[in-house]
Design a protein around this ligand. Sequence first.
Ligand SMILES: [Zn+2]
Length: 262
Amino acid sequence: MDKKHPFCRKERELKFIFFVGVPYNIGMKKFTFLLLSTFCVVTSAFSLCVREISNAEMPVSGTETTFHVVVDAGHGGMDGGVTGKTSGVKESDLNLSIAYRLKDELEDAGFLVTMTRKTEFGICEAGETWSKKRDMQQRKKQIRESNPSLVVSIHQNRYSLPSVRGGQVFYKKGSDSGKSLAVQVQERLNRLYQKEDVNPRNATPSSYYLLECTDAPSIIVECGFLSSPADEGLLLKNGFQEELALSIFSGIMGYYSEIYGS
Ligand SMILES: [Zn+2]
């Protein structure tokens, strides 16, 4: 698992331009040129970006509330989840890799992060034999004990048709805050997959167990379809995993911006 960031601090801040629809992976020279040639547009973009950043960095210290995000890497151990048709990659491994990338993004922005699963193994108490039921109960227990601001569970999808592709976000049925968060993340995933000519999807209500663990907004992010060789090829790439993590992070920031922004 490569946890190294591809961005230096300065470039990481520039990536927030993503929020206003300008590609975020531009270098400093190109950015300077853009800044000079489209001053007005970029100035307004920066004001939006700064608001996004300040919202994210708001929760850091002292008596202020700290935003606590639970990042749940789905499956693990004996439960590998979906398997990639072409490479045989296990969903559980991809989930963990993307979850760690998301954790890094969130922590860099000042969020407190709890990972339900930190290793390739499933979750169970010391001395207990692993079972899917106990694994899920442990995740629920961790989520409840964390008293999180929000929960993001990372998964990979599958479907009978290999042509079906893209990211899909689920939220708890009846949860307005869950829906707001899901819509923000779904929008970023659609943008990411649009580059691959994949049709956009809508955030979808669901009653998955993991969405029911807390009243805090909770989403399941299906990052792509392992039943699609095209998606599988992308999901195996470090660069794409990083883009996925950034898209989810950006969606979380968009959600907080919607709540606290003017
Ligand atoms: Zn899964």
